[in-house]
Design a protein around this ligand. Structure first.
Ligand SMILES: [Zn+2]
Length: 453
């Protein structure tokens, strides 16, 4: 294998305290050397990448999404609604999801993320209408084809309106089907290759769409196979009220009662926790995925990131599904995190580097992936390089701060495991125009099927 020196970057964010001021060396899919400012590699190198116009970051890690929702972006009946009515409006549309549409949505969302500098994705897929029983297999095929790292979470819904839940009966599954498929998927896909591309986690959708039994059984299964658990929690005050009414408990007490309060669990949103609950999350080292755009669009609230981190809970970043964001651009989401957290904290209490850390090291921590999320020797060579050559950056002084403050959105080059996936802002793995045409048609068809328009 050849050793590649990515040399002379404008700036490097390592997500740790190490110096890679003069770049890094990559060999055999991993980072083998950090080159301090003013120095040259100690090891022989045979290839060079001139990064003198680039800011170098660890590949970004997205820890919450619903890829299928790219088919219902800016969807008229769901506009300007808060979470519960928004969900109730969309469930009947989503119920028409087909294998082809999910395949197109998964690929479109992953490529959209990739172009924004993202190298690892976690998708929360919980829709398995008739004919789409193999949804996660479809996603695994796409992820393998693209060569992106993916944590595919086998979601589930089992509590319909018939039993006091939120989703309609035709989009929920019985518990036996959910658990049998969950075990099959873990055995088939979880950490099956040395390149570390695919992982599986179990992800009952939310307190208001699954039964306590499926929460408990999922936790037991995850424990048996040492895989992670994921769900939505503490997203809205409506959810608090629902949990108190349905279970007689606040969401975190409910989570603890079904065996989920530990370090293999990460939670999407985590907004409405009180001080005592934050202390318990920290003690358990349960992860939280901050989803700022979604929280703003649905008027859900602001995650208490600094208190969670101070308590010991790892915090990462996610774009959330594309019906509530409605983009899948993780670099833009870093800027959103900075802006929304400045409404909660003083300006010096949440910095642009804190925002970048969420999407790199923080996200890797909540997925329990010590091999990614930082630039350090031995980490996988997952990298995102951004140029500052657009009008929005003109006149910027600090290159790293400019990425966040001026609003970078498109990576110039992206590498996963030592392989270039994006160069000159172009996806190297396929025909983007053809993918978008296929995806647009799938979106049009899904919407027409439910609404007649
Ligand atoms: Zn979500």
């Amino acid at each position: 294998m050849s050793a590649l020196w990515i040399r002379h970057p404008l700036a490097t964010f390592t997500a740790n305290d190490q110096d890679a001021g003069n770049g890094i060396v990559v060999e055999d899919g991993v980072i083998t050397e950090l080159v301090p400012a003013g120095q040259h590699p100690e090891q022989p190198v045979d290839l060079n990448f001139d990064a003198s116009e680039h800011v170098l970051l660890p590949g970004l890690v997205n820890t919450h999404h619903h890829f299928y929702q790219t088919l219902t972006r800016a969807c008229p009946p769901a506009l300007n609604k808060k979470l519960f009515p928004w969900l109730q409006t969309l469930y009947p549309i989503w119920a028409g999801l087909t294998p082809d549409a999910l395949e197109a949505a998964t690929e479109l969302a992953m490529v959209e993320l990739l172009l924004s500098g993202c190298t690892t994705v976690a998708d929360h897929h919980y829709l398995f209408p008739d004919g789409l029983e193999n949804a996660i297999d479809i996603q695994a095929d796409v992820a393998s084809r693209l060569g992106m790292r993916a944590t595919l979470t086998r979601g589930s819904m089992s509590l319909s309106t018939d039993d006091g839940g939120l989703p309609p009966p035709h989009v929920v599954q019985d518990e036996h089907s959910i658990l049998a498929d969950s075990e099959r998927l873990i055995r088939r896909y979880h950490r099956q290759d040395e390149r570390g591309l695919l992982e599986v986690a179990l992800a009952p959708c939310s307190p208001f769409s699954v039964t306590p039994d499926i929460m408990r059984a999922s936790a037991e299964l995850a424990s048996r196979y040492n895989v992670n658990l994921h769900t939505h929690l503490a997203e809205t005050e409506d959810e608090n009220a629902f949990c108190l009414k349905q279970f007689g408990q606040r969401p975190l007490d409910y989570l603890a009662s079904v065996g989920w309060l530990h370090d293999r669990t990460w939670l999407a949103h985590g907004i409405h926790f009180n001080d005592e609950e934050i202390a318990r999350l920290g003690q358990a080292q349960t992860g939280v995925c901050h989803c700022p755009s979604s929280n703003m669009v649905l008027a859900s609230g602001i995650c208490r990131i600094n208190e969670l981190k101070a308590a010991g809970a790892p915090v990462g970043l996610g774009v959330d599904g594309s019906a509530s964001n409605d983009h899948s651009n993780l670099m833009q989401e870093i800027r959103q995190a900075l802006l929304i957290q400045r409404l909660r904290y003083q300006a010096d209490e949440f910095t642009h580097e804190d925002a970048l850390t969420l999407a790199t090291r923080g996200s890797a921590d909540i997925l329990r992936r010590p091999d990614i999320g930082q630039i350090a020797v031995g980490k996988r060579a997952d990298l995102a390089l951004f140029k500052l050559d657009e009008p929005r950056f003109s006149g910027a002084h600090d290159p790293l701060a400019a990425l966040v403050l001026c609003g970078a959105s498109q990576a110039d080059a992206v590498m996963i495991g030592g392989e270039w996936k994006v160069r000159d802002r172009q996806w190297l793995g396929g025909d983007l125009a053809a993918l978008m045409a296929r995806h647009r048609e799938a979106a049009r068809h899904l919407y027409a099927k439910a609404t007649g328009h």
